[in-house]
Design a protein around this ligand. Structure first.
Ligand SMILES: NC(=O)c1ccc[n+]([C@@H]2O[C@H](COP(=O)([O-])OP(=O)(O)OC[C@H]3O[C@@H](n4cnc5c(N)ncnc54)[C@H](OP(=O)(O)O)[C@@H]3O)[C@@H](O)[C@H]2O)c1
Length: 305
């Protein structure tokens, strides 16, 4: 099968190569999925799990990508809950070969059914950004209606989901980002926007929840805005800052079939819009992941036409 493989961590996305690899076999509780569309987060090339297995052995050449939508073609021993021919989407294991390939084997529990009226390209764009936003807002951030959320990177993949889900939950959302992202963040539903390069972040006043996708100094300054009892949720590693009288939580997104189902239902009935900036093919994936100009939103690889 065709796949994109990486062998050289220092090379980043420039080191990705289109290769031929053997088709995977389904292990216990696995399914094999014929990938129709696939997503990729550039920072995954910095994660140890891209390069080693769970006991730290080199697993290169590895296949990156963890989001997918496709069709189940085989079931492993003991696998329940899905069937051959079923349309699915989900989040693949961090430590196994991933979704930038024509087929992958993954645990069935990390997939949810993809309704027939949702395109594979849309399905592949939802798992990481949708689940990260959902888990950060509702599980870790315990968001309540009427609260305020500072949604960093609100025109980006995670931030646009955070903005929409928080608004739907009855929160007041202050989106942030680059100057060029103002209108996009407002279109996703932010009540107001802070241009982090030119506006004073401190002018937004106090908030109940900061959803951080940036880290560093922006995270530190944001922690100071959290009112008593509030939460800093970050997805870029252990927090460097904590609210004076509140919680700081960092987490790595997990797959969850019920949450995937909630997310895709919102897409179907128009409550949630995905944030795709570019669609490419497996043959052109390496150049798609090495764009010559800035893109805001996800690049999705349409593996099978
Ligand atoms: N822990 C987890 O489970 C988890 C899950 C998903 C994502 N993540 C992480 O979350 C981060 C965001 O992911 P994403 O997919 O949402 O990325 P993305 O689509 O690139 O969105 C990030 C947005 O924030 C903006 N931004 C970044 N730094 C900024 C700054 N200093 N000032 C103003 N705007 C800034 C970016 O603009 P520019 O493009 O111009 O920089 C972009 O619009 C990544 O580091 C990713 O690895 C973690």
């Amino acid at each position: 099968m065709k796949a994109i493989a990486v062998t050289d961590q220092a090379a980043g996305t420039a080191g990705m190569k289109l290769t031929e690899r053997p088709e995977p076999q389904a292990a216990i509780n696995d399914v094999v999925v014929q990938v129709h569309a696939s997503g990729f987060v550039p920072t995954e090339l910095m994660w140890p799990s891209t390069w080693t297995d769970r006991v730290d052995r080199d697993r290169t050449p590895s296949i990156p990508g963890h989001e997918l939508a496709g069709v189940v073609t085989a079931l492993g021993y003991g696998t329940t809950g899905l069937s051959v021919g079923q349309r699915v989407f989900g989040l693949a294991d961090w430590y196994r070969d991933g979704t930038l390939a024509e087929y992958l084997a993954m645990e069935a529990r990390n997939l949810a059914p993809l309704p027939g009226d949702v395109d594979f390209t849309v399905g592949a764009s939802l798992p990481i950004s949708g689940l990260t936003a959902w888990q950060g807002l509702f599980q870790h951030g315990r968001l309540q209606a009427g609260q305020s959320v500072l949604a960093h990177g609100a025109a980006g993949a995670v931030g646009s989901m955070v903005t929409q889900l928080a608004r739907e939950a009855g929160a007041y959302v202050i989106g942030t980002g680059r100057a060029a992202d103002r209108q996009k963040a407002l279109d996703f539903g932010a009540n107001e926007f802070v241009d982090l390069d030119n506006d004073a972040l401190e002018d937004v006043g106090n908030v109940d929840l900061v959803f951080d996708v940036i880290g560093g100094n922006i995270q530190k300054r944001s922690a100071g805005l959290i009112r008593a009892g509030g939460t800093l949720v970050t997805v870029v590693g252990p927090p460097d800052a904590r609210p004076a009288n509140g919680l700081a939580v960092d987490f790595v997104v997990e797959s969850d079939r019920a949450q995937l189902t909630e997310i895709v239902q919102r897409v179907r009935d128009g409550r949630l819009r995905t944030n795709i900036s570019n669609i490419s093919t497996l043959d052109d994936a390496v150049s798609a992941f090495n764009p010559t100009k800035r893109r805001s939103g996800k690049t999705i690889i349409r593996v099978r036409q």
